[in-house]
Design a protein. Structure first.
Length: 418
């Protein structure tokens, strides 16, 4: 009977977290597939586009500055306060989006528009830290793989369908301003999701009152001395390094090496990739917890490395769409399994005394590896060995992440507060 009650309670946080990640996907899909193309149609040049994107990305780079404030929330009522923080940030994001709609009524001023877009991303980045902290507190370790898979599915639904296709249709029929108002309304409605949580769903850490800064510094000093922290950092850097590198070579691989046109790439390959991702994350949500987070990550690491190598080894056969789409599907499954298991495992490693800061540092390392180091690395094996050789080299690099994954499987998760 107790087990059923626990399972029932867990589904409310799962639904809430998925909904909040849906909100993040809505903004990401709208920005990439509606707002930027509309600005381009109004004559905005490529350099200004890049500046606009960079301004919106700054809050995501600096979001770790917000994490210590969440770690200071402790005590019996801290779960409810964290819930209120999430709701407030979601409403502020909706308000900033409404301000974006108002800005579009006036003559186009890109500096002002970029400032408002940065504000939207600021509140969304802060929401992201708060939601990940809520996930660590509310989701038991045995269901974190399920949680991460569902959260990613929410993101994909928001960015791939609602934020792009649905809002693009509104923009085409009623104008860009109407699409922005629709987005603002949707974000405001989604802010109600955390209100469905009950006290038992929030999993507040112990402590009689809010932690002071000295207590947090002492806790983090102890966390840094734990060998699991170093292993987690190494894993965060290695697990997605090859993924960042493959993102650099994938587009020229299809267009220059395989002879695809940009239109074919967008209309034929993109739907296959999107479908594969949805299926893959749904499957990952179901299997990661059963396999164990570290074990699932080890399996995914080897599988993804093998798929990368297969792109190179099967290069003469890639004119056969059955082979090509088979590799696309296999890569999607292995990548989804890896991302789901990696985030679930890093949640396990986040010490509850400073869980927001601890986890956001891991996320910063993932972004550094995938978005910076990987993209700098990508051209090197391509220049040295060509496309086929580059895929094989990056597959071997991917398999290097197996070592810290296996070590973490031996040492276990971080200790939790009493």
């Amino acid at each position: 009977m107790g087990d059923r009650s626990t399972e029932s309670a867990t589904w409310r946080p799962l639904a809430t977290l998925t909904t909040l990640y849906l909100a993040q996907g809505l903004v990401a899909g709208f920005g990439a597939y509606v707002l930027l193309p509309q600005l381009q149609a109004r004559g905005v040049d490529l350099a200004t586009h890049a500046w606009f994107l960079a301004s919106g990305g700054v809050p995501w780079v600096l979001k770790f500055l917000w994490a210590p404030a969440l770690d200071r929330l402790a005590g019996p009522d801290s779960g409810r306060r964290r819930r209120r923080v999430v709701v407030a940030l979601q409403l502020l994001c909706a308000g900033a989006t409404a301000l974006l709609a108002v800005s579009l009524h006036a003559p186009l001023q890109l500096a002002r528009l970029a400032g408002v877009w940065t504000l939207v991303n600021l509140f969304l980045a802060l929401q992201d830290v708060a939601v990940d902290t809520l996930a660590i507190d509310a989701i038991p370790a045995a269901r974190r793989g399920l949680a991460r898979g569902l959260m990613q599915l929410g993101m994909l639904l928001g960015s791939g369908w609602l934020g792009s296709v649905a809002l693009a249709r509104v923009a085409a029929q009623d104008g860009l301003t109407a699409a922005v108002w629709t987005l603002a309304l949707a974000l405001a409605l989604l802010a109600s999701a955390p209100l469905l949580l009950r006290g038992a769903d929030l999993g507040a850490p112990g402590g009689a009152r809010d932690r002071d800064r000295r207590a947090l510094r002492r806790a983090f000093a102890q966390i840094l001395e734990d060998p699991r922290t170093l292993l987690g950092a190494v894993l965060a850097l290695l697990a997605v390094l090859a993924d960042g590198a493959t993102q650099v070579i994938a587009y020229p691989f299809f267009l220059e090496h395989l002879g695809w046109t940009p239109q074919a790439f967008a209309t034929q390959l993109a739907p296959v990739v999107s479908t594969a991702q949805v299926i893959a994350y749904a499957a990952s949500a179901l299997v990661v917890d059963r396999l164990g987070h570290a074990r699932a990550l080890a399996i995914a690491t080897v599988a993804l490395g093998g798929v990368y190598m297969a792109w190179g080894l099967l290069d003469p056969l890639l004119g056969d769409l059955r082979v090509l789409y088979g590799l696309v599907g296999a890569e999607g499954l292995a990548s989804a399994l890896l991302n789901t298991a990696l985030l679930a495992l890093l949640m396990d490693l986040a010490d509850t005394r400073a869980r927001a800061t601890h986890f956001v540092v891991y996320m910063a390392l993932i972004n550094l590896s995938r978005l910076v180091l990987g993209r700098l690395l990508g051209p090197l094996p391509l220049a040295a060995f060509g496309f086929a050789g580059a895929w094989i080299c990056l597959g071997a690099l991917q398999c290097v992440a197996l070592a810290p994954a296996l070590l973490l499987a031996r040492v276990g998760p971080a200790p939790r507060e009493p």
